[in-house]
Design a protein around this ligand. Structure first.
Ligand code: MN
Length: 263
């Protein structure tokens, strides 16, 4: 069973994460989640065969073809994990903050099942932050104690590449526009409390629009560029789980104002 490991590791009465069920529909979405657990890393997930094939990438994906990012394959996740953003409480597996860092669709460049079995998965991403061709190459490690879970995630040279790519400059959720600190409800968001009342209305409107776009992408796709992206991503719903307040999302301008105040 593809999701057994996922379910074994979690207690669903104590984590807000979804329980693992196999999806019936075959989709080709991808999501990258920025996850500050015991160590900061990025979870790279490809929807395939009714699950999210998942790799933990310590330094995160890069658009610079010179970067070869270590990607440790981890247990398959349920497709419903796609839009999980929020806080996994202390004491749970993977406890910490999760951000939906990028979403979109992926195109296998060949037979996906054959390529993943062979350990040479070539694909193209159509995301909000990540675009163009990539390869996930399985490393045949002879190192004693190696679990055989090590892959390399590498950007191919094409119009999507960005030499010198700096992942830290993109610390915002594509679902809610929040930084990781804001999602976690720590230090930085305390700085905002003074701005909160003014910003919350705009932020809530923004989130509502985004959520509405994701829920009924077809209805608004013709006019709204955000919803066109959401429609492309094939997302059907939004799950947002802020740490302390349901109204923690902010408008872009409020967030930038807050950042200027901090720095
Ligand atoms: Mn993780």
């Amino acid at each position: 069973m593809a999701l057994e490991k996922y379910n074994q590791k979690r207690r669903f009465n104590s984590t807000p994460e979804p329980a693992g069920k196999l999806a019936r529909r075959e989709g080709h979405r991808f999501v990258v989640q920025k996850h500050h657990a015991s160590h900061l890393h990025y979870d790279f997930r490809l929807e395939m065969e009714g699950v999210l094939k998942s790799w933990a990438v310590p330094k995160g994906p890069s658009l610079d073809p010179a970067d070869k990012r270590l990607a440790m394959q981890v247990e398959d996740h349920p497709v419903s994990y796609f839009d999980f953003e929020g806080v996994i409480p202390p004491g749970n597996y993977g406890a910490g903050t999760v951000m939906v860092w990028d979403v979109g669709t992926w195109e296998p460049l060949g037979d996906a099942h054959a390529m993943i079995t062979k350990g040479d998965l070539k694909f193209r991403l159509h995301g909000q932050k990540l675009n163009g061709e990539f390869v996930l190459a399985h490393m045949r490690s002879r190192r004693p104690g190696s679990k055989g879970t090590e892959w390399l995630l590498i950007k191919k040279k094409d119009e999507g590449m960005q030499p010198g790519f700096d992942i830290d400059s993109l610390d915002y959720s594509v679902l809610t526009n929040r930084s990781l600190a804001e999602i976690g409800g720590d230090e930085k968001s305390a700085e905002w409390e003074s701005n909160r009342k003014a910003a919350v209305k705009k932020g809530a409107e923004w989130l509502f629009e985004k959520g509405a776009a994701l829920i009924s992408s077809k209805k608004t796709a013709a006019t709204n560029p955000i919803s066109r992206k959401a429609a492309k991503a094939g997302a059907t719903k939004v799950r947002v789980m802020p740490a302390k307040s349901a109204k923690r999302s902010r408008s872009t301008s409020a967030r930038q104002t807050a950042k200027r105040r901090v720095s």
